[in-house]
Design a protein around this ligand. Sequence first.
Ligand SMILES: Nc1ncnc2c1ncn2[C@@H]1O[C@H](COP(=O)(O)OP(=O)(O)OP(=O)(O)O)[C@@H](O)[C@H]1O
Length: 574
Amino acid sequence: CSGKDSRCGRHGPKIRFPFHFKDSETEDGCGYKGFGLTCSDTHKTLLELPSHSGPIVLQVKTINYQDQYIFVSDPGNCLPGKLLKLHQSQMSTFQLYKYPEDSSKSIFLNCSSLSCPVYVVDSGNSLLHSGFDPILCTRTPDIISSLRRSEDEDCDDCYGLTWSKPNCSMCEIQGKMCKLKNNGTGDEIECFERQHKPIKKILLYVTVAIVGAIMVVLILKTYLRLYNYFKTKGEDEARIEKFLEDYRALNLTRFSFVDIKRITNNFREELGEGAHGAVFKGKLSNEILVAVKMLKNTVDDGKEFINEVKAMGKIHHINVVRLIGFCADGCYRALVYNFFSNGSLQNFITQPKNINRFFGWEMLQQIALGIAKGIEYLHTSCDQRILHFDINPHNVLLDDKLVPKITDFGLAKLCSKTQSVVLVTAARGTLGYIAPEVFSRNFGNVSYKADIYSYGMLLLEMIGERKSISELSEENFKVLYLEWVHEFLEGRDMQLKIGKVGDDVILKKLAIVGLWCIQWNPINRPSIKGVLKMLEAQEEGNLIVPPNPFNSTIFKNSEIPKKYSILELESIHE
Ligand SMILES: Nc1ncnc2c1ncn2[C@@H]1O[C@H](COP(=O)(O)OP(=O)(O)OP(=O)(O)O)[C@@H](O)[C@H]1O
């Protein structure tokens, strides 16, 4: 009744209502008449059942409370005899447990040669082969269905007994305990909640508390993350809106995302993908083709977007890509430029071996001049100095007349024209084109000279790729690159494809300017005006070849040639 299960031994079956220990009282409703058990000295669970020829003692091996049967064995090793007695006297609350629809007959044989009856399943003529002599054995009346035998390995010779009263199946199915009804007529039973052991209860409470705490922490974390996400998203959008408000005068067209989808014909033609997003070809009208750069909305909290609009919104120069408009619609951000059919300068510098897109040194010089003019405009002609910080052949587009256009202002910085030193928190640019001081302040302060360095690398790359030395591997090419430029300028290497008269002059000029631009010390690099002056010079003979920047002894001893003293940095302070 306490709800606790008891047992005779550690491996004995659990004992609860309607079973009970025989010596304990049954009046309190904790047990049922006829279900009394005793424990033997060897911890066996014993059940004593009445019969005409005296009590039958059986050992209870298993009890199934839900289906109301037990499996029993005989401690005296004559279970068939006891089952037969039980069957014949029919005094007990327990009946033999039979297979309900088993048509095979089972019989007990009393054989004069055996002290214990034998229980056999009679299926046809199997009796003949079972080894019992019918003359010495007599059959007891048939038991139509076979007796149910335990399938448990430990209970090999156990047979089943069932009971129908009291019926506690429903309580057991519901996980409840069963007992006699308090004020009932005597046979009625009722279900009641099982009492959990205190330790189990404590464990349950602790588990519930831990799971609850983990859930609360997880919910809080998710909430905070979502809150921060939407807060920053909201702040980003607000910042962009505020920025666009301030820059309303830029006269740029604002497109909705639906417009952008229409313009790009649902992003049908992708021109390429850069670090900040993919670029798609689009059409504003039949005449105006555009390139639409969809910015990844995860990057930079919208800084890339603001940067480009801020830097490009006011720019109108033949050598700088024109920003036509933008889209800032929810989390979508896009920039809309004029489309240039020839793509980037990189396509012309590195080209497949079988396709010759070389358009001659004269044109290459024009392109170099155009890029320099674009940089000059950025550095000197706007209200604020615009430092591009990512000049490289990928970021120079060519229109149908091969006029170069500087593009990609995502890393650009605006600063006052009187400011020479720029605060740069992290290295920015494209590897190979980044000025040494942008990597390490040991090389000097970061200034507009960083763009000059990138421009110098672009120039050298332009002429370097035209070199016809096919046997150099790519790695060797990079290492021997500058050495080769110097050798070429000293007249020791003439392997360049020089077509027309005057080509060598252009080539040398480009090489000398390139070398000046990539001086490690920013002070030794020319300003963009100096670059233009050199490029526009008719003769390359007046230009002095700078010291090899990778030769440290030369570098240390080198002095800035007087001729380029105008190239010194104007001293500008933040
Ligand atoms: N206005 C344009 N007209 C034609 N093609 C363009 C235009 N703008 C960009 N493209 C092409 O789209 C591609 C991606 O350009 P994008 O400027 O995003 O990347 P990138 O310069 O190659 O790399 P990153 O942004 O990392 O510097 C490039 O191949 C470029 O040539």
